[in-house]
Design a protein around this ligand. Structure first.
Ligand code: PLP
Length: 231
């Protein structure tokens, strides 16, 4: 592809999205596959929260970019990669199993941190999408065993809708996640103001997600341009 992003278009794309964001919604700029220079362009526009889906790539960028960037892990995370990111990661959004949750807690304890996490729940029709099986997740929450984990702070839920043009399906899946958040909030986190995040919505569906209650959107290509996975 010969499509080349100028710095100008990153700035303009970012401005356009931020103009439309309600005050309670956080924008995670998803910088996976884009170079550190592109992150810096967005940073210089005031963007501080960035999302990556690979521990190595995130760590490589974190090492050379400003310290006040808040890095969010949003991709499938293997337990043996937790140690690499735990010293600096601001939020792990993709906590999709008990084993991963326990590993994060253990590794965070080792470095003396308490790390913000989101429970990534499977809301899509597709089998391919990651996420905690809804029923298993709800059973685990009911057990209240998670209260014993002292080095993670549950901040809310994350989900990905089915990749489809059918807006009704996407809307219904977002609503499922919002409803689940409300139930969890009521049953387990009523007294905990830190449990406040519904992370849903990407480049193609973030407006819909906000209509359905999203408080955190994860937008990549609508800011940085079409992604070149072959890089
Ligand atoms: C890549 C990715 C995004 C952003 O996707 P875009 O369509 O480029 O906005 C959001 N969430 C997750 C989990 C991703 O992997």
């Amino acid at each position: 592809m010969f499509f080349n992003n100028t710095n100008m278009s990153i700035v303009e794309n970012l401005k356009k999205i931020k103009e439309q964001l309600p005050a309670n919604v956080t924008l995670v700029a998803v910088s996976k596959t884009y170079p550190a220079e592109d992150v810096l362009v967005a940073y210089n526009e005031g963007q501080r929260v960035f999302g990556e889906n690979k521990p190595q790539e995130m760590t490589a960028k974190q090492t050379i970019l400003p310290d006040d960037i808040q890095w969010h892990m949003i991709g499938n995370l293997q337990t043996n990669k937790v140690r690499m990111i735990i010293p600096y990661v601001a939020m792990i959004e993709s906590v999709s199993s008990l084993r991963l949750l326990q590993t994060i807690d253990k590794e965070a304890e080792r470095v003396g941190r308490c790390v913000d996490i989101l429970f990534e729940v499977h809301i899509a029709e597709e089998d391919s999408k990651m996420g905690w099986n809804t029923q298993e997740f709800l059973e685990y929450m009911k057990s209240e065993q998670w209260r014993e984990l002292k080095n993670v702070t549950p901040r809310g839920v994350m989900g990905m809708a089915t990749f489809t043009d059918n807006q009704d399906i996407v809307r219904a899946e977002f609503r499922t996640l919002s409803d689940m958040f409300r139930v969890l909030k009521e049953q387990y986190f009523a007294e905990d103001s830190r449990f406040d995040t519904i992370s849903m919505g990407m480049s193609g569906d973030w407006k819909l997600a906000i209509e359905e209650g999203s408080t955190q959107i994860r937008v990549g290509s609508a800011i940085f341009g079409a992604r070149n996975y072959s890089k």
